[in-house]
Unconditional design. Structure first.
Length: 217
């Protein structure tokens, strides 16, 4: 296959596997999504989804969140890890949303990335999932699979995002970002990887990987 055929194979396979695409983080609006994504850094979606109901029961909007102290927020979110930094970020960004954005989550990458504890990946998830703006947030699953499929050199997530946006159609970015995450979790894991179940890598993967697993001579 040439690269265009490989890209089409990935898109078609993922669309068959995930015709409807679940959103990994539970939320009800842009603000709760922003907080959930922030909490997910170096944690798991399962753990975050257990903690956010407890936090959002106390405060699911910026006005109520700033009424909590940083210490109170930290105590609630401790199980997700990095709680000191995340608690400060949640409280700080809530203050800024009230002061500068009328309590609303801004709809631009620049404004989002100016918020405390909000990096490019978090901003990209919010823009894609809350506002439908084409973006391609790269997490560990996407970074791993893009390398396994030979679509990027795997040096860093910045390069991986650039390569993903270059090779995939823009109108597919938001769906593909989620589809690849689910595929990575279910079929192409980092540990205990069974390439026999990983039809995409088995079909289009790097020659070195295929040869190592007996699929290329």
């Amino acid at each position: 296959m040439n690269k265009a055929e490989k890209v089409s194979f990935v898109i078609n396979t993922l669309e068959k596997l995930y015709p409807t695409i679940p959103i990994p983080l539970d939320h009800k609006d842009p603000y709760t999504l922003l907080i959930a994504v922030l909490l997910s850094a170096q944690s798991t979606d399962v753990r975050v989804n257990k903690i956010t109901p407890l936090l959002f029961e106390r405060a699911d909007n910026p006005t109520d969140m700033v009424k909590l102290s940083v210490s109170e927020i930290r105590e609630i979110i401790k199980p997700v890890g990095l709680s000191p930094m995340k608690a400060k970020g949640i409280h700080g960004l809530s203050e800024i949303l009230l002061e500068k954005h009328g309590g609303n989550v801004p709809k631009s990458f620049e404004a989002l990335e100016e918020l405390p504890a909000v990096g490019h990946k978090t901003a990209s998830v919010v823009m894609a999932q809350a506002f439908g703006v084409p973006a391609f947030p790269v997490d560990t699953h996407i970074h791993r699979l893009m390398y396994r499929w030979g679509f990027t050199n795997g040096k860093n997530v910045v390069q991986t995002e650039r390569d993903a946006k270059r090779i995939f159609p823009k109108e597919k970015w938001n769906d593909l970002h989620l589809q690849i995450i689910w595929y990575g979790r279910e079929y192409s894991t980092a540990r205990a990887w069974d390439i026999d179940k990983d039809v995409i890598t088995r079909t289009i993967g790097r020659k070195s990987l295929l040869k190592k697993h007996g699929y290329f001579c």
